[in-house]
Ligand binder design. Structure first.
Ligand SMILES: [Zn+2]
Ligand SMILES: [Zn+2]
Ligand SMILES: [Zn+2]
Ligand SMILES: [Zn+2]
Length: 91
């Protein structure tokens, strides 16, 4: 039986690219060519660096942030930009 490679997200279109994060083969619609990642990873990616997977939201601006680009203050987490504006970090 011959198997065509279908997009692993929608399973409708044929896969054209491989996500560099999860390794899924996905179709053009489910792929962000500029970042080289699938839409699933895009929705879980840090919105500061677009490199690492996010671990939470910034309590101030709501962006998804990874560990490296965020600062935890008590129970809250701020992205590095908000942390700077709030004077939590001075970099
Ligand atoms: Zn697809
Ligand atoms: Zn992916
Ligand atoms: Zn990041
Ligand atoms: Zn923020």
């Amino acid at each position: 039986m011959r198997k065509t490679t279908l997009c692993e997200i929608c399973e409708e279109e044929s896969a054209v690219a491989k996500c560099r994060i999860c390794g899924r083969w996905v179709c053009g619609k489910d792929f962000d060519a500029s970042l080289g990642i699938c839409n699933v990873c895009l929705s879980t990616l840090c919105q500061v660096c677009h490199e690492r997977l996010a671990i939470g939201h910034c309590a101030r601006c709501g962006r998804l942030v990874c560990r490296r680009d965020s600062v935890r203050v008590g129970l809250l987490r701020y992205c590095i930009d908000c942390a700077r504006e709030l004077g939590i970090v001075t970099m």
